[in-house]
Write a protein that binds this ligand. Structure first.
Ligand code: NAD
Length: 402
């Protein structure tokens, strides 16, 4: 098998591929034309976020069978075009979790003690000891919106700072949150009680502008706000006003509505605003995790036919797939449809099969329903392989009836 790695990838990933006997073309910074020419010779393509895997690229890759993203976001891959050509698209959910959670906590500590501002002041030759009065985290309340992979790990880190953690996630069974030591509350209560608020949800219609002038008004004076999730969850203009008036003591962002952020963005003029350029996942360890992860997934796929981390096909044998394919599309759409009808969390899902389909292997179809149902709230994390496990972890009971 020939695998093209077209973005910067930890060499540990390349080693895994070569060890399995694959030939690796490690060619980064290819122009669009070069990529279109190059892709013809490869069965597999591994990218991070730089390479744009467009419909044109996919169509040029006559031998292409699999596209892997070392990381989670698939904004740069035309998954629909790949699906139409029967190409598997996979990512490595979870590889960035710890790193992003640690970055979140670093932001909380940095802004509560004004560390970036103090560093800048000292480097400017000053010794402004009285200017940098901070806030202690001990015994304060951390309010987490979104208790998925990253939110859960931030919980442990905040508890390590002796903070009380309260959380809101309508899609997670309350028991799971309680097991993590989180007091589950409604969103308005979280806004009223938290000293630090950190968002860890995807950007959806529900979460866009979740923190805005009206919600900030309900918060404690001197609250701190963090966004290491997705730009747009917090309204930047509204936050600017609240930081300026010092209703909000400080805010720290790793992600922005527009990236890169404009150099004259009003938030950048404020002393109580701490920021980093979307580096939440940028550590050696995370990059190595996702590189090894995607390489091992490629080996599994080519050597054992198992599509771990696949976002567009279930892990079924090539003989069964054609029979299941139309039902898979239907099952996923039914799940997506139900997700739009639902309000709040899901406790149980029953999938009933009648007629011809009941004679087929239906487990992948149930998985497809779950993927559809959970995809709008879990974004790139949910795939055709982990959907049943994720559902179980969230306390959702799944029944299959024939
Ligand atoms: P996840 O899917 O494991 O968790 C997301 C959680 O949000 C889920 O538990 C879901 O139930 C919850 N949720 C969805 N809608 C909600 C709503 N309206 N209100 C409250 N909760 C809601 O995802 P994750 O891996 O924990 O990632 C969280 C966020 O961090 C994502 O937006 C992801 O894109 C982002 N992220 C950023 C970086 C970075 O570099 N800064 C790196 C990795 C992930």
């Amino acid at each position: 098998m020939n695998i093209l790695v077209s973005d910067k990838l930890s060499t540990r990933g390349v080693e895994v591929l070569e060890h399995a006997g694959f030939t690796v073309g490690f060619k980064t910074k290819l122009s669009k034309e070069e990529l279109l020419k190059e892709i013809k010779d490869y069965e597999g393509l591994i990218v991070r976020s730089a390479t744009k895997v467009t419909k044109e690229v996919i169509e040029a890759g006559g031998r292409l069978r699999i596209i892997g993203r070392a990381g989670t976001g698939l904004d740069n891959v035309d998954t629909d075009a790949a699906t139409r050509r029967g190409i598997v698209v996979m990512n490595t959910p979870g590889g960035n979790t710890i790193t992003t959670a640690e970055h979140t906590m670093a932001m909380v500590v940095a802004m509560s003690r004004k560390i970036p501002q103090a560093t800048a002041s000292m480097k400017a030759g000053k010794w402004e000891k009285s200017k940098f009065m901070g806030v202690e985290l001990n015994n304060k309340t951390m309010g987490l919106v979104g208790l998925g992979q990253i939110g859960s790990h931030v919980t442990k880190l905040a508890q390590g700072h002796f903070m009380n953690v309260i959380g809101y996630d309508p899609y997670l069974a309350k028991d799971r949150a309680k097991q993590m030591g989180i007091e589950v509350v409604e969103l308005d209560e979280l806004f009223q009680r938290a000293d630090v608020i950190s968002v860890h949800t995807p950007l959806t219609n529900e979460t866009r502008g979740l923190i805005n002038t009206a919600t900030i008004k309900t918060m404690k004076d001197g609250v701190m706000i963090v966004n290491c999730a997705r730009g747009g969850i917090i309204n930047e203009q509204d936050l600017y006003e609240a930081l300026k008036s010092e209703k909000v003591f400080a805010a720290a962002f790793d992600v922005f509505e527009e990236e890169p952020i404009q150099a004259d963005h009003p938030l950048l003029t404020l002393d109580n605003f701490v920021c980093t350029p979307h580096i939440g996942a940028s550590t050696e360890e995370a990059q190595e995790n996702v590189a090894i992860g995607i390489a091992e997934q490629f080996v599994d796929y080519f050597k054992r036919g198992i599509a771990r981390g696949a976002v567009n096909v279930p892990s079924v044998s090539p003989e069964v797939l054609p029979q299941l394919q139309p039902y898979l599309v239907l099952a996923e759409r039914m799940g997506l449809f139900q997700a739009q009808l639902l309000e709040g969390g899901v406790k149980s899902v029953t999938v009933e099969y009648f007629g011809e389909v009941a004679g087929l292997t239906v487990a992948p179809l149930t998985t497809a329903v779950l993927r559809g149902l959970l995809a709008p709230i879990l974004e790139d994390v949910i795939n055709f392989v982990n959907a049943p496990v994720v559902a179980k972890d969230r306390g959702i009971e799944v029944k299959e009836v024939k």
